[in-house]
Design a protein around this ligand. Structure first.
Ligand SMILES: Nc1ncnc2c1ncn2[C@@H]1O[C@H](COP(=O)(O)OP(=O)(O)OP(=O)(O)O)[C@@H](O)[C@H]1O
Length: 449
C-alpha cells in the first residue's frame, strides 16, 4: 500500500441502494469497495486486500437467512484469518450474528444502519487491523531479520521495538534510557542492524568502565608520542566507528571536560586525536545509553544540557522487566534453550512452580539477572526440569496470593481505623464486617494481641 493510500473497506451488501448510500457516507475516510454476492466478495478480497469488511449476513440465495453470509465469512477467514469482519444483522437475526462472532467475526452492528455507529466500529477495527499488521510484519522480520535476538512479547516492549525500527533508517542520535540490564545494548545493536549503516562497524564503549585519564584517548585516539606509552598512533573508537554506529554506554559517567569535546564533535563532525593537530572528519551515528537520571545530573551541574539535547534527538525508554508481562517467561525459555545447548545439559524446561516464580518475581537486575539465574540453574538442576529452587526463587522471593491479600487487608483496615479514630465498631461498620470479624482480622494481621 502506498503511504498516502486510504485503507480499504469492503462492503458485502446485496441491497444496491444501501450499498451506494454507505459508500457515499464512508468514502471520505476509506477506499470503499462494494461486492453484492459471495463470488464478487471473494474476488474483491483477493484483488484489493481490504483490512476491514462489513458483511450483510442476508445474501442471496438466502436473503432472509444467514447461510450465504456465514459461508462468505468462512471463506474470507480461511484465506485471510486476520481480516476484521463486521457482520450486520437486523434484530430478528441476532442469533445469526452471534453465530458469526463464534465463527470469527470481529464485531456486530445492528440494522437499521446508523452511519455514526458504523463509522466508529469500522474505525476501531481499522486501528486494530493496522496494529496487528504491524505486529505481524515485526514478528516476521524478527524471525530472520535484524531483530532476531531481541526477545519480547509484552506490548510495551513491542512498542519499543517498533520505535527502534522506525528511527533506525534516519541518522538521528538516539538516547536509550532504562534500568541496568534491561537490554539497552541489545537494542542499540538491533538499531544498528536495522539502519543503513548495518554494513559499517558497531563500536561500543562503556564510559564508566574506563579510567578518566584514558577515556579521551580511547574515544578520540592519539598520535605517537602524545603521552608516555603512546608508542604508536592509534585511532580512537569514534574513528573506528566511521560509517557505522558508536554506542556510548553509561553516558552519565562521562567526565565534564570530555562532554565538551564530545559536544564539539557532535556539532562539527570532526575529531582531533590526542596530541594531534589535524582535524579528521568522521561520519558516525551516535547511540547513547544511561541508567542514570540525566535530568538530575543536569540540575546538579554534572551533565551538560546542550550535550543532552544533542544525544537525545530521539529518546527511547526501555521499561524494566517487571513491567513487561510475559517477557520474563519468554526470555527464560529462550535462555534455557540457548544455554542448555551450549552447556550440553539435558534440561528440557521449567516446572510449573518455576514458571509461576519467574512471572511473579520483581527482577531488580532485569534481563541480566534472569539470564544469570537460568545459567546457574542449568548447572544446579539434576533432573530434566528446572524448579523454582534451582533458580533460587523460593516462595519468599515473590508475592503469593496470601501475601497480596494480607497487604490489601492491612491497608483497608488501617485506613478504616484511622478514619474511625481507632473506634473498632465504627471501623467495622465502614468495612462492612462485624466487630468480632474485624477483631479477628486485626489479630491475624498482628495489629493487636
Ligand atoms: N530482549 C532481549 N532479548 C534477549 N536477550 C536480552 C534482551 N534484553 C537483554 N538481553 C540480555 O541481557 C543481558 C543484559 O542486556 P544489556 O547489556 O543489553 O543491558 P543494558 O541495559 O545495556 O545493561 P547496562 O545498563 O547494565 O549496561 C545481555 O546478556 C543481553 O544479551
Amino acid at each position: 500500500m502506498m503511504a498516502d493510500a486510504k485503507p480499504i473497506l469492503m462492503l458485502v451488501e446485496d441491497d444496491e441502494g444501501l450499498a451506494k448510500q454507505l459508500k457515499w457516507a464512508l468514502a471520505d475516510a476509506w477506499d470503499v469497495q462494494v461486492a453484492n454476492d459471495r463470488a464478487a466478495a471473494l474476488a474483491a478480497a483477493r484483488r484489493c486486500d481490504p483490512q476491514v469488511v462489513v458483511l450483510d449476513l442476508g445474501l442471496p440465495p438466502d436473503p432472509n437467512g444467514a447461510t450465504e453470509g456465514l459461508a462468505v465469512l468462512k471463506d474470507l477467514l480461511s484465506f485471510k484469518p486476520w481480516l476484521k469482519i463486521i457482520v450486520s444483522s437486523g434484530n430478528a437475526e441476532r442469533v445469526h450474528a452471534l453465530e458469526a462472532v463464534r465463527n470469527g467475526a470481529y464485531d456486530i452492528y445492528p440494522k437499521p444502519v446508523d452511519i455514526d455507529t458504523l463509522r466508529l466500529i469500522v474505525e476501531r477495527a481499522m486501528q486494530l487491523a493496522e496494529l496487528e499488521a504491524e505486529n505481524r510484519r515485526l514478528a516476521a522480520a524478527r524471525e530472520t531479520g535484524p531483530m532476531t535476538d531481541v526477545i519480547a512479547e509484552s506490548p510495551k516492549m513491542l512498542d519499543v521495538l517498533r520505535m527502534v525500527e522506525r528511527v533506525a533508517p534516519s541518522d538521528v542520535n538516539v538516547l536509550l534510557t532504562g534500568e541496568s540490564g534491561t537490554g539497552k545494548e541489545v537494542l542499540a545493536r538491533a538499531l544498528h542492524r536495522c539502519s543503513g549503516r548495518a554494513k559499517g562497524a558497531f563500536v561500543a564503549i562503556n564510559c564508566a568502565a574506563i579510567p578518566e585519564n584514558l577515556l579521551e584517548s580511547e574515544l578520540f585516539g592519539h598520535e605517537k608520542g602524545a603521552f608516555t606509552g603512546a608508542v604508536k598512533t592509534t585511532p580512537g573508537k569514534i574513528e573506528q566507528a566511521d560509517g557505522g554506529t558508536l554506542f556510548l554506554d553509561e553516558i552519565g559517567d562521562m567526565p565534564h571536560p570530555l562532554q565538551v569535546k564530545l559536544l564539539r564533535f557532535l556539532q562539527e563532525r570532526v575529531i582531533e586525536r590526542v596530541g594531534g593537530r589535524s582535524q579528521i572528519a568522521v561520519n558516525v551515528r551516535v547511540v547513547a545509553a544511561t541508567n542514570a537520571d540525566l535530568q538530575a545530573l543536569i540540575r546538579d551541574g554534572r551533565f551538560r544540557e546542550d550535550l543532552y539535547y544533542r544525544l537525545d534527538e530521539v529518546g527511547v525508554h526501555i521499561p524494566p522487566l517487571r513491567d513487561r508481562p510475559g517477557d520474563a517467561t519468554l526470555l527464560a525459555r529462550f535462555f534455557l534453550g540457548r544455554y542448555a545447548r551450549e552447556m550440553k545439559r539435558p534440561v528440557r524446561g521449567f516446572t510449573a512452580d518455576a514458571v509461576t516464580a519467574i512471572a511473579g518475581y520483581e527482577w531488580p537486575g532485569n534481563v541480566r539477572e534472569l539470564e544469570n539465574r537460568v545459567k546457574r540453574a542449568l548447572v544446579l538442576a539434576d533432573g530434566p526440569m528446572i524448579a523454582a529452587t534451582d533458580l533460587r526463587l523460593e516462595a519468599a522471593d515473590f508475592p503469593t496470593l496470601r501475601m497480596a491479600r494480607e497487604e490489601a487487608e492491612m491497608e483497608a483496615v488501617s485506613k478504616a481505623l484511622c478514619v474511625a479514630d481507632n473506634n473498632v465498631s465504627a471501623a467495622a461498620k465502614l468495612l462492612g464486617v462485624s466487630r468480632p470479624t474485624l477483631y479477628d482480622l486485626m489479630r491475624s494481621l498482628r495489629l493487636r494481641e
